[in-house]
Design a protein around this ligand. Structure first.
Ligand code: SF4
Length: 358
């Protein structure tokens, strides 16, 4: 049984009569969905520090620690202040650096200024940054594919000694204008949350346009992104149970959630795949006619509680719920925990102790 299905066994079923016609007979829930190991780690650290400070001292973050609107609002209500500008952070402030990475230059500058940095960068982002630095060290040219305005590319490329060591490819890049050096080996890396299938197509395009240059396969998509996309393709690949509409639970600033929505748009068109944070963002009119089967998934920065609220919305209007089994339902994934930044946490707590807030 899937992790989410277990949580539905004992839940009371309270039907609700809708004012709108409701045609959904079945909601098919992806096997792999919801929060990943990196998000769990970032949430644990942020929650712990906010509780320790108890609202008496503000805790700063350079970005939303995880890309989820509801989680960020809940943290802000407990004293988290989002401040991306290092120049506005005073010495001895506690500054949480986000799960999707921060340029090492900023980390060093912050520590030099006496800011108490708590770096919750996901180890899978760190792995890509280290790969990029290693490639540069070996004299390879890095081709990095990332999303425009996402913090991860600056965390990765900011770790290089020489910006000329890399070619940065963003969403709108015209591949025909990309010039790769022919005298150095190429290393292809990408943002952890991109489309697994999309990046392969793009790299093939780059190969076609640079026939004399050996371009290896890309590396960087994390297990959580991969599993959630795979599960979603699984939902769409059952010809006995065609999906009419896709609901992705997640926030607009969550790149992996957006990629899940894009998969839905690819199968169903842009009016039949939506991204919502909570039930109040659902428009009942979407499900008023000819929508018999809805696919449902959630991004890697979404708590199960949020997904459950959306599932309840469908169940109480009369839709059956079908839970698929995912790779992460294997008990071995229960042990997938990422190490906490213990030294950073200890320094931050020692400072809070001195301020007598604990
Ligand atoms: S989505 Fe992937 S890279 Fe991002 S925090 Fe989760 S596990 Fe880490």
């Amino acid at each position: 049984m899937s992790r989410l299905a277990e949580r539905f066994i004992d839940r009371p079923f309270i039907p609700e009569v809708s004012r709108y016609p409701f045609s959904v007979q079945e909601t098919v829930v992806a096997g792999d969905l919801g929060q990943c190991g990196g998000v769990r780690m970032a949430l644990k650290v942020t929650k712990d520090l906010l509780e320790y400070a108890d609202g008496k001292i503000p805790i700063y973050a350079n970005n939303a620690p995880v890309h989820n609107k509801l989680i960020t609002e809940a943290f802000q209500a407990k004293g988290l202040v989002i401040e991306p500008e290092i120049d506005k952070i005073l010495p001895n402030s506690i500054w949480i650096l986000s799960a999707h990475g921060t340029s090492p230059e900023i980390v060093t500058k912050a520590k030099g200024k006496g800011i108490l940095v708590v770096n919750v960068e996901c180890p899978l982002v760190t792995r890509v940054r280290k790969e990029a630095a290693r490639a540069e060290e070996k004299g390879e040219h890095v081709v990095y594919r990332g999303a425009k305005n996402h913090p991860e590319p600056s965390a990765i490329l900011g770790g290089l000694k020489n910006p000329q060591s890399a070619t940065f490819i963003i969403d709108e890049t015209d591949f025909s204008t990309v010039r790769l050096p022919s005298e150095r080996p190429i290393r292809v890396l990408n943002q952890t949350t991109l489309s697994t299938r999309g990046i392969k197509i793009e790299i093939d395009k780059l190969r076609d346009l640079n026939p004399g240059i050996k371009i290896p396969d890309p590396m960087g998509i994390c297990y959580a992104t991969d599993n959630r996309q795979d599960s979603l393709y699984g939902i769409f690949s059952n010809p006995q149970k065609p999906i009419d509409f896709l609901v992705v639970v997640g926030s607009k600033n969550s790149h992996n959630s957006q990629e899940l929505k894009n998969i839905g748009v690819g199968f169903l068109g842009k009016d039949k795949a939506v991204l919502v944070d909570s039930p109040d963002e659902i428009n009942p009119v979407w499900f008023s006619e000819n929508i018999k089967r809805v696919g449902l998934t959630s991004g890697a920065s979404v708590l199960d509680e949020y997904t459950i609220e959306i599932l309840e919305w469908f169940r109480k209007r009369g839709s059956n719920l079908t839970f698929l089994i995912g790779k992460e339902d294997d008990p071995r994934f229960d042990d997938l925990t990422f190490p906490l930044p213990q030294n950073d946490i200890a320094n931050a707590k020692a400072y809070l102790d001195k301020q007598n807030v604990a």
